[in-house]
Design a protein around this ligand. Structure first.
Ligand code: HEM
Length: 442
């Protein structure tokens, strides 16, 4: 199994340790030999160079779920797919989605009660699933699809992680309970996605939602996407857009519970800019501290903690020969914790991202959204959603850690927080958030 055991037991420790060695290090996962790129400049080269394509253990496993969609397709297919997907993620389009995002946030917050114990991961996941489902599919079927997704995605992501770590296909076909759960979740999600595509083809597309935009876009030859291609794109957006933002928000709420000074600074901005009203899309550019908090959380706990590529031909990275066909891994988690680039890397310091402070080396090392031609298409969408959600939550609620609670990263297909519930305390916006103490209602 090579390094698979160590990678399975403590993957983050393993990656950080590997970073302190060579710029490029070889590891073994099962029969595969994988190159870890540990240096920001070399990582940048891998992400921007056309010699490296999507591939490697992460991508091959992801294809089980998302087929040949935009996340997993080769660069050659990407040249056709990306221009067809891009319009749905433009800034003006995200501005149209923002009221849907805000409505989902308000609906979610309406269920919160003071003194309650909140499973933050679960709530943020449910919120992000609603946002993606309703912006993707505005038709009533969107609600059903959202429910199908909320149930299926965690099972699928867990199953994909297992498939990546233990790349023995036969094992994953055995009638074991975990395999049955995976197959069932995949079939259910597949069924609801196919149903929605059929309805849209039959003229029930409401227009203006992500799916309508994707289904009406055409390539250079004037051809639209076929049903299987549309299915792959829906699966891709679900896989890329739900747990990433959910994890970012969950990490942020846990981090704020641990860092009162950052929380106070955030309240000061929210109280000054919003004065207690719900945030809307036009507030987003002014909520600069809110955005810096989110960016810093992405640095410390990037949901996509590993990016995988394959070398199409023999090449050189940081003086090391990379043979054709080699699997290459870039870890944003490890790059973001390099003390040579981010001094005191374990410290949560949103002001690292102040325009005058951030260095070119830090920008290059920051790979939470990937890099090069395959950079996250949903970055603006995801950050808008996260700013709106965090601003709405922290304006009105403080989340406190119960005594003795421990926060640990859970590296699976994505990096999610593993912690107990947080306690909800209602807060009233104040003119001076620094002196303000929220009132514990129960
Ligand atoms: C904070 C939230 C998010 C993070 C941290 C994130 C991170 C990433 C990363 C690292 C990649 C590149 C993967 C690679 O190079 O292998 C990526 C790609 C992608 N993401 Fe995101 N993402 C987020 C939110 C979203 C959202 C909300 C959506 C859609 C609703 C989305 C859609 C996509 C798509 C379509 C791609 C493929 C881009 C391409 O290859 O052209 N992402 N994301």
């Amino acid at each position: 199994m090579g390094h698979a055991h160590r990678l399975a037991r403590d993957p983050l420790g393993f990656l950080v340790e590997a970073r302190s060695g060579d710029a490029v290090a070889g590891v073994r996962i099962g029969k595969r030999s994988v190159l870890l790129v540990n240096d920001a400049e070399a990582a940048h080269q891998v992400l921007v160079s056309s010699v490296f394509d999507k591939g490697g253990p992460f991508m091959e496993t992801a294809r089980v779920l998302v087929g040949n969609g935009i996340i997993t397709c080769s660069n050659a297919d990407h040249r056709r797919q990306q221009p067809m997907m891009r319009p749905a993620f433009r800034r003006e389009q995200v501005a149209r989605f923002a009221p849907v995002m805000s409505a989902c946030v308000e609906e979610a917050l309406a269920l919160w009660r003071p003194g309650g114990r909140l499973d933050v991961e679960e709530r943020m996941y449910a919120l992000a699933a609603q946002v993606v489902a309703r912006t993707l599919i505005a038709a009533p079927a969107g609600r059903q699809a959202a429910d199908a997704m909320a149930t299926a995605l965690p099972v699928l992501l867990e199953g994909m992680f297992r498939r990546m770590l233990i790349p023995v296909p036969l094992l994953h076909r055995l009638p074991l309970p975990a395999n049955r759960r995976f197959d069932h979740a995949r079939a259910e999600l597949e069924r609801s996605v196919r149903q929605v595509i059929t309805q849209y083809r039959q003229g029930q597309a409401p227009g203006g939602d992500l799916l309508s935009l994707v289904m009406t876009s055409t390539d250079e030859a004037g051809l639209p996407l076929g049903d299987t291609e549309v299915r792959d794109q829906i699966m891709s957006v679900l896989a890329a857009g739900v747990e990433t933002t959910a994890s970012l928000l969950a990490w942020t709420l846990h981090a704020l519970a641990d860092h009162p000074a950052v929380e106070a600074e955030l309240w000061a901005e929210l109280d000054r800019e919003l004065g207690g009203r719900a945030p809307c899309h036009t507030d987003v550019p002014r909520l600069s501290y809110t955005r810096r908090v989110l960016t810093e959380v992405l640095r410390l706990w990037p949901p996509t903690w590993m990016l995988s590529r394959v070398a199409l031909e023999q090449t050189t990275v940081a003086g090391h020969t990379v043979p054709a066909g080699a699997d290459v891994i870039v870890s944003p988690y490890a790059l973001h914790r390099d003390p040579a680039v981010f001094p005191d890397p374990g410290r949560l310091d949103p002001d690292r991202w102040l325009p005058g402070q951030v260095t070119a080396a830090q920008r290059q090392a920051f790979t939470a959204f990937g890099g090069g031609r395959r950079t996250c298409l949903g970055e603006h969408y995801g950050m808008t959603e996260a700013v709106l959600a965090l601003a709405a939550i922290s304006s009105r609620w403080q989340l406190r850690k119960p005594p003795g609670a421990r926060l640990r990263p859970l590296p699976r297909f994505l990096l999610t927080p593993q912690a107990g519930p947080l306690i909800t305390v209602r807060r009233t916006p104040s003119q001076d958030a620094r002196r303000h103490r929220p009132e514990e209602t129960r």
